[in-house]
Design a protein. Structure first.
Length: 366
């Protein structure tokens, strides 16, 4: 029930296409909107299997007679971020939501005809270690690498401040978030050198890191990110980095095979709760050689407790879990996305928060 995609349907709807409000694959012909929401789906246009337009009209039977605030919402789809930005600039649309590049958003900040809205996002990215490959089975090594990361540098150079630094696998803005990775600081090279020296690595004998990233656009600015991570790690003087890339299908295959020493991954939630993030450092499908039965047992037990107790008992458990994840460093949280929208200045009702729910029914002309 906490999943936003789990819409209520009428019990008389027996056909398989009725379990969701709209069918992704069949389109409007195979879908049966149930009329319970603030809007009625009046039109859904697709060309060649691609959405081009949806028209939502006020539902006169909605339980709250004060909503929606607008009689009609037209959702126009664009094939590229360039086309979307151009439509917003020309005034052809009233709101551009998501899919604008950092540079485009930055341009709109200087445009007095529009307002840039920002809120916390739930998408995150993190660095992972294949612990069946030496020396990444050593906690000291992983801690040393964690200390060398400069998240602020990444946020400003790659994303132009359209994402936030992340210091826990649980995003900021979500219940029970604790920035436990702040213990390592930013580009704390003294600590990196101390930890790697415990295993014989120094300027004369640097740790050689193979760092992998996805190259086909599945994650944003992946190559630029990897370049910054390489610069951060090599800035310690005791690490040398070689970058490697695969397209997304190959990347997943290599993840499953456990061949990538150190690699970048991302997560977008199924539901907005720390339960849906806290398991990532020991997730079996990441195939890190660190899971609930090997290395990650204590984390798994805390995560299980956190999902099994009343709300007033969860905070202490999740705080302890995040502190342990920062200590064991099976992954390093890197950044957290922001939710961004650009609107004409006379549009009201835009709310951007950690739920990621876009509220059509609250939009209005000021």
């Amino acid at each position: 029930m906490s999943c936003a995609a789990s819409y209520i349907t009428h019990p008389d709807n027996k056909d398989d296409t009725d379990y969701v409000q709209y069918s992704e694959t069949a389109g409007p012909e195979g879908s049966h909107p149930n009329g319970l929401g603030p809007f009625i789906l009046a039109n859904w246009t697709r060309v060649g299997g691609t959405d081009t337009l949806m028209r939502l009209e006020k539902n006169p039977d909605f339980w709250d007679s004060t909503l929606p605030k607008a009689d009609v919402i037209i959702i126009q789809f664009y094939e590229t971020d360039t086309a979307l930005a151009a439509a917003m600039t020309s005034g052809a649309i009233d709101i551009a939501y998501r899919h604008l590049t950092p540079a485009q958003v930055d341009t709109f900040r200087d445009n007095t005809d529009v307002t840039v809205h920002e809120g916390p996002g739930a998408a995150i990215q993190y660095m992972l270690f294949q612990q069946t490959i030496e020396p990444y089975d050593e906690q000291d090594i992983r801690q040393g690498i964690a200390a060398a990361i400069n998240r602020t540098n990444l946020v400003y150079t790659v994303f132009q401040n359209t994402v936030d630094e992340l210091y826990s696998i649980v995003p900021a803005g979500m219940a029970y978030h604790k920035p436990s990775f702040e213990i390592y600081g930013e580009a704390n090279y003294t600590y990196t050198q101390e930890m790697l020296a415990l295993h014989g690595y120094d300027e004369e004998n640097p740790l050689e890191v193979n760092l992998y990233y996805e190259s086909s656009g599945h994650y944003p600015s992946s190559e630029e990110q990897a370049t910054v991570y390489k610069s951060d790690l090599e800035g310690s003087g005791v690490i040398e980095v070689t970058l490697h890339s695969y397209d997304w299908p190959t990347y997943r295959t290599q993840r499953n095979a456990g061949t990538m020493d150190v690699f970048i991954y991302g997560w977008y939630p199924d539901y907005i709760d720390p339960d849906n993030y806290g398991f990532l450092p020991f997730a079996s499908w990441l195939n890190l050689g660190f899971n609930e039965t090997h290395g990650g047992t204590e984390q798994f037990n805390l995560w299980t407790q956190g999902r099994s107790v009343p709300d007033d008992e969860r905070e202490d458990i999740y705080f302890e879990l995040q502190d342990l994840q920062a200590e064991q460093v099976s992954c390093i949280p890197l950044w957290q996305g922001k939710t961004t929208a650009v609107s004409k200045t006379d549009i009201g009702g835009i709310i951007l928060d950690i739920t990621l729910n876009w509220r059509h029914w609250l939009l209005y002309w000021k």
